[in-house]
Design a protein around this ligand. Structure first.
Ligand SMILES: O=C(O)C(=O)C[C@]1(C(=O)O)C=C[C@@H](O)C=C1
Length: 307
């Protein structure tokens, strides 16, 4: 099984946001790609809730209804419906949620099996609305850690061909793990802070750059994808420089004076196995620049330590 899964699946459009076709998306509070609100938890009317978000956010808004009566208002003002276990236990409610034609995010409750979960998605599709996104995890009680079944998430994604989100709670490490496992995005709590959203996005970006293969069709999308790869490169370059600096301190002769060209040739050859299109010839000058930058940093640091 390959780590980099190609996204050959039906992407679902949540307003302007595509889920499943490109990078892992983040849905949650301020700073996310889409915002959502639960009317089950906040006992406000659908129209007021949507208007409150709209006042500060022009992008996609998703709403979890508290009852069927909320649906017309949601259909009129939002880009998607979120349904959780409370609804998915009742086929009639699922049918109602899917009927306005808005995309439906189907969250799996902790007690629901894969089959039950996928059956809910099929129920939406059977009613004529195939714009279904699955969401694994969560709904644990407040203060309890997120419950996220990653093998189940993978199975759901593979079997249904639908995009699958993950609910990582507030834990960026779980967000990274979910994206590595193939999640097409993250559903964070609606009241997540901008810092929590940024941390989850950062985790998704870095891991996604390695694990998600993208095929952008425009310059803009390709540049955004390059930016994500560069983000991962920056993290790795910084880490590499620190490790190379450690070697300089531990070697009998560190810095430029202790340069080992044989070691450099071997590491380039090893890298060429993973980057065959670039090959040794193109990688060599890149790694020479990387290594020299590390050596300069190490020498500068040594000089300032002596002062
Ligand atoms: O491996 C070493 O001996 C190092 O000093 C590290 C390092 C590197 O950055 O990878 C730097 C300089 C050497 O010429 C070879 C490799």
């Amino acid at each position: 099984m390959s780590l980099t899964a190609r996204a050959e699946r039906g992407a679902v459009q949540l307003g302007t946001l595509e889920v499943g076709g490109g990078p892992a998306v983040v849905i949650g509070g301020a700073g996310a790609d889409a915002r959502w609100i639960s009317l089950r938890e906040r006992r406000v009317r659908a129209a007021e809730a949507v208007a409150a978000i709209r006042a500060e956010w022009a992008g996609p808004v998703l709403v979890e209804p508290s009852s069927v009566a909320d649906l017309p208002r949601i259909a009129a003002g939002a880009e998607g419906v979120v349904v959780g276990e409370a609804w998915t236990r009742d086929p009639r409610l699922v049918g109602e949620a899917a009927r306005p034609g808005l995309p439906v995010i189907v969250r799996r409750g902790p007690a629901e099996t894969l089959e039950e979960w996928l059956a809910v998605a099929d129920l939406c599709a059977a009613g004529g609305n195939d714009r279904v996104v699955l969401c694994e995890g969560g709904q644990g009680s407040p203060g309890r850690p997120a419950v996220l079944d990653l093998p189940l998430l993978r199975a759901a994604r593979e079997r249904s061909g639908r995009p699958v989100l993950a609910w990582p709670g507030g834990d960026p490490a779980l967000a990274a793990a979910a994206v590595a496992a193939g999640a097409d995005g993250l559903l964070l709590d609606p009241d997540s802070t901008p810092e929590a959203v940024a941390a989850a996005r950062d985790a998704a970006t870095i891991v996604g750059a390695v694990t998600r293969r993208e095929e952008p069709g425009t310059v803009l999308a390709a540049r955004a994808a390059v930016d994500r790869v560069d983000a991962a490169l920056a993290v790795l370059l910084e880490r590499r420089a620190e490790l190379a600096g450690t070697i300089q301190r531990l070697k009998p002769v560190g810095g430029f004076a202790g340069r080992d060209m044989d070691r450099e040739r071997r590491l380039v050859a090893e890298m060429a196995r993973r980057a065959p299109a670039l090959g040794e010839e193109r990688l060599a000058p890149i790694m020479n620049a990387v290594i020299e930058a590390g050596l300069r940093l190490a020498e500068e640091r040594r000089a300032t330590r002596r002062d």
